[in-house]
Design a protein around this ligand. Structure first.
Ligand SMILES: [Zn+2]
Length: 73
């Protein structure tokens, strides 16, 4: 596909995604994305995002639990 930001080509890549769901932050690995070769913008299909929500709400195993620092500038 073409990047909506800079109109360059994108390529398929598995990425690590920060995903908010019901006020909680999740890090999801191996997510299918289209990534822009020029600006690095990432695009996710709606079905991919639905799959992640279903994964979170259903039975799932947790790879790792991280603590996250929240800062303000
Ligand atoms: Zn781009």
């Amino acid at each position: 596909m073409k990047c909506e930001v800079c109109n360059s080509e994108t390529y398929r890549k598995k990425v690590r995604k920060q995903h908010w769901f019901r006020g909680k932050l999740y890090i999801i690995e191996n997510v299918d994305a289209e990534v822009c070769t020029e600006c690095g913008e990432r695009y996710f299909q709606a079905t991919t995002l639905d799959k992640i929500d279903a994964l979170i709400t259903g039975e799932h195993s947790v790879t790792e639990v991280m603590s996250v620092e929240v800062l303000s500038v």
